[in-house]
Ligand binder design. Structure first.
Ligand code: C5P
Length: 297
């Protein structure tokens, strides 16, 4: 028997970051929006846990128990007292180490695929609980749509979205490590008082209304200065997308993928072409939002 689950990437339309907590994590007000770039995770019964992966950047994906999808299978099997005897194949399309929650998507996908394959009957709340143990962004990959994440980003409230948005994502040459970007955030914040993170009312209203001009004016990412400090050439990518007519440009999550909000689908294609031609990124992808969460195909 075999189960395939499709899982979306995300962009953070607001990422407000508080001061480092004693546990090293940061309190966030994290507004996630799922976008229509997808990984697919296929779970097949096998003698033992095995991970394979193909697609762009797949050579950078660990195939051992360091893989979040493997950890998801082990966590679910552990909870239900069974062996994680499963082959997980990850067909990657979400940029690897790009700040678009590709690893989190694979974890949520593996969890739902194994749950379905094994017929564990876990409740949604249990699955979300396991997701939160696996990583701060994993619950959102299961849920999709749009949500506000507080705490580490794992405590979700689903948000209404009043319309579709057209995006372009510029995939950088190289990756950024999320912990390294948060460390750089801490270094840049030294000696400054960091306010408690809070969701922007204007941004939530823009999302609910499906108002792209208002959303463009409200996009923000507190990790952007840290990502630019570690990867200065991202400033050229942001400038190239803005010059090509993007309504707004920002680093996606911890980067180095950059996100551009477009007026409509035609504008998104023009911006993607201009970004590719600019030589400031490896490739540019067009995608729409919101997208559904992890879905059994
Ligand atoms: O939760 P996750 O494993 O995805 O987090 C990866 C790293 O990102 C953490 O080890 C931490 O360095 C940083 N992080 C953080 N505060 C958050 C989420 C992540 O500092 N709220």
């Amino acid at each position: 028997m075999q189960v395939t689950v499709r899982v979306p990437a995300k962009v953070n339309v607001q990422l407000a970051v508080g001061a480092a907590r004693p546990d090293g994590f940061h309190d966030l007000a994290n507004v996630f929006l799922a976008v229509g770039l997808y990984d697919e995770v296929t779970a097949t019964t096998a003698p033992e846990l095995r991970i394979t992966c193909d697609g762009p950047g797949s050579e950078q994906v660990p195939l051992d128990e360091g893989n979040l999808a493997a950890r998801a299978a082990l966590a679910l099997a552990g909870r239900y007292g069974r062996e994680a005897a499963v082959h997980l194949h990850i067909a990657k399309d979400i940029p690897v180490a790009g700040g678009m929650a590709g690893g989190s998507a694979d974890a949520a996908g593996a969890l739902l695929a194994c749950d379905t394959l094994w017929g564990t009957g876990a409740s949604r709340a249990e699955l979300l609980d396991i997701c939160a143990e696996l990583g701060s962004d994993v619950p959102f990959s299961l849920v999709g749509g749009a949500a506000l994440g507080i705490g580490r980003g794992e405590q979700l409230t689903e948000l209404a979205v009043g319309g579709g948005f057209d995006w372009v994502f510029a995939v950088a040459d190289g990756g950024l490590s999320t912990p390294a970007v948060y460390r750089e955030f801490d270094r840049l914040a030294e000696g400054r008082r960091i306010p408690q993170p809070a969701a922007s009312e204007g941004l939530l209203k823009a999302l609910a209304a499906g108002d792209r001009a208002a959303l463009a004016g409200a996009l923000s990412n507190d990790l952007q200065p840290a990502a630019l400090s570690l990867f200065p050439s991202l400033a050229d990518t942001l400038a190239a997308g803005t010059a090509a007519g993007a309504l707004a440009a920002l680093v996606s999550g911890s980067g180095p993928t950059t996100a551009f909000l477009a007026e409509d689908a035609a504008a998104a294609h023009r911006i993607a072409e201009a970004l590719t031609a600019s030589g400031t990124c490896r490739t540019a992808r067009v995608a729409t939002s919101p997208a559904p969460g992890a879905t059994v195909l």
